[in-house]
Design a protein around this ligand. Sequence first.
Ligand SMILES: N[C@@H](CCC(=O)N[C@@H](CS)C(=O)NCC(=O)O)C(=O)O
Length: 206
Amino acid sequence: MKLYYAMGTCSLAAHISLREAGLPFTLVRYDMKTELLETGESLTTVNEKGFVPVLELPDGQRLTEVSAVLQYIADQKPESGLAPPNGTLERYRLQEWLNFIATEIHKAYWPLFHKGAEIENQHALERLTRRYHWVEEKLGAREFLLGDRFTVADAYLLTTFNWARLGGLDLAAFPVMTAYRNRLRERPSVLAAMETEGLVKKKPAA
Ligand SMILES: N[C@@H](CCC(=O)N[C@@H](CS)C(=O)NCC(=O)O)C(=O)O
């Protein structure tokens, strides 16, 4: 499989999930500044909508939209537990989280990273603050969003929380989320994905 990604963006959730699943994949980088793929082509040559992530399947078909891509990856390796089995209530719980993260958290950052007007930014910060407080309550003492297993919803939530400081949120207000993020960043899949994308420095080999 081939993942088209942009450093540190929502495609990181797919990148982490591919590593968690242990699936073979290659990466094609998209540069948000030059608006070009590393091949020199436009992103719209692989996704008419002009977004990453794009997951190219072994037969050449391309899948887009974070929630669909994440569930596809999880379903390639059901034994990974990255998503509960299709048709179960737990699977709908996962989809409930993925949809909430996509529409109420991920997209709420938009004005903060796209030169939003002062009032828009203020509203975005208020909305994100409310939503992360709610997530903190739900997360409570649980290790992962759905309980005791890491799922693709954790990969997505972590990815969006990685943007919090840059977006202007005060992390001290979110101790549960911050501890959760720190825990997840120690997972080999997360560390490797973040190192590969250049988000953290590679640790020198011991
Ligand atoms: N609805 C899409 C949204 C994906 C999206 O917002 N991708 C952003 C990065 S997080 C992007 O590709 N932006 C491209 C650009 O701004 O040039 C999905 O769920 O996959």
